[in-house]
Design a binder for this molecule. Sequence first.
Ligand code: HEC
Length: 100
Amino acid sequence: MHVIRQFVIAAGLSLGTLAPAHGTDLPDAPGRQQVIESCSQCHSIDLLAQRRSADDWSQIVSQMVGQGAKMTDEQFQTILDYLSNHMTPAKTPPAGKAGQ
Ligand code: HEC
């Protein structure tokens, strides 16, 4: 079942230090370069500007592999980490933090 999580986890993340990006909305952080390289081959990187939950990103990146995106397991993980940590709505907890 899909459960919408309404609670906010205050994880101590600092949101104050992200520099404004010009051109794309991808925050400057480790993995950004990989995302740009792997995800701008078939469509604009602007598609990634929409924030999504970590679960959604996981599905989307898998879907992109199905579309023909080529990446190693390591690159997959780098991309997923980046998207899950930086491109989620503020109230969605990052993947991997909420239980294992
Ligand atoms: C091999 C080509 C290819 C690559 C590489 C690729 N995509 Fe896509 N992407 C597509 C196609 C084709 C669509 C539109 C078809 C669809 O929505 O299923 C799409 C659509 C999308 C969408 C919109 C989906 C929606 O339902 O609104 C997102 C988000 C996305 N891609 C993210 C990514 C990310 C993140 C990466 C890098 C991991 C990536 N794409 C790499 C082919 C690719």
